[in-house]
Design a binder for this molecule. Structure first.
Ligand code: HXC
Length: 257
């Protein structure tokens, strides 16, 4: 049987590929366990500085597996805490995670992409939260992360009408960081990931943590958090090296400490 999730290490970047083409990469416990295991491994690997999650050229993921969900009753969903254990590993990753989205990212697929630190999209990408058509609603963060990313108005529109947003609109609205032609998406995403992975890993992790604070705390709290993290970078050998290299007009060699 082909693996539902394929992993690869490309220099200092960990690449995770969702691979369930016969079901439009629909997400189930096995797919999510594969993603979680890959993140565990890449987080533990000191050589890895950035993680990329992608699908195929046609689909990132068309949502949670509707065939499996259709027979769940309330007690099953509640008792098993459906889509909780094993489904949110991306959220706790400390290394940056980039979603490279080509084709459909719908329902849980859009939510998984939004769980990542940023989204790079192909020009054929289509984002949507169409759960309402199935008599249900976003459950993996769609109704919470989407308004924060694209405004309440556009999130309401997408969640209530089930319409899809294309890559151009998604970039304009702030959902995606960059858009590339589909045949360049993965290369360009891997290039950006390699750039991130070339920097000091502790600093990369601090930057990620600090930007995330902007979403989660009041401005005064997050400003203080940033200030203290900034101060702590002065304890790093990499800060000494980075600034010395600039003054000496040479390339910095970071040691991740
Ligand atoms: C299970 C799925 C699936 C899904 C597609 N397939 N999406 N199977 N779960 N989410 C299967 C189809 O049944 C079909 O199987 C095969 O993949 C190809 O799909 P088609 O529909 O024939 O392809 P196409 O006409 O190109 O349309 C593509 C599509 C459409 C627009 C992406 O498949 C679609 O609308 N899918 C559902 C999108 C959706 O509603 N997502 C939200 C799910 S709820 P066969 O065997 O017939 O070839 C959700 C809950 C979120 O995500 C909270 C939890 C995470």
């Amino acid at each position: 049987m082909t693996a539902l999730v394929l992993n690869e290490t490309i220099n200092k970047v960990g690449l995770i590929r969702i691979n369930r083409p016969e079901a439009m990469n629909a997400l189930n416990a096995d797919v999510m366990a594969g993603i979680s295991a890959a993140i565990d491994a890449f987080e533990a690997d000191e050589n890895i500085g950035c993680i990329v999650i992608t699908g195929s050229d046609k689909v990132f993921a068309a949502g949670a597996d509707i065939g499996a969900m259709k027979d769940y009753d309330y007690m099953h969903a509640y008792k098993t805490d459906y889509i909780t254990r094993g489904w949110e590993r991306i959220k706790t990753a400390r290394k940056p995670v980039i979603a490279a989205v080509a084709g459909y990212a719908l329902g849980g697929g859009c939510e998984v992409a939004m769980m990542c630190d940023m989204i790079f999209a192909a020009d054929n990408a289509k984002f949507g939260q169409p759960e309402i058509r199935l008599g249900t609603m976003p459950g993996l963060g769609g109704s919470q992360r989407l308004p924060r990313a694209v405004s309440k108005a556009k999130a309401m529109d997408m969640c209530l009408t089930a319409r899809m947003m294309d890559a151009a609109e998604a970039e304009k609205a702030g959902l995606v960081a960059r858009v590339y032609p589909v045949d360049q998406l993965l290369d360009e995403t891997l290039k950006a990931a390699a750039t991130i992975a070339s920097f000091s890993l502790p600093v990369v992790m601090m930057v990620k943590e600090s930007v995330n604070r902007a979403w989660e705390s009041s401005l005064n709290e997050s400003l203080l958090f940033e200030r203290r993290l900034f101060h702590s970078t002065f304890a790093l050998e990499d800060q000494k090296e980075g600034m010395a290299a600039f003054v000496e007009k040479r390339k910095a060699v970071f040691k991740n400490r």
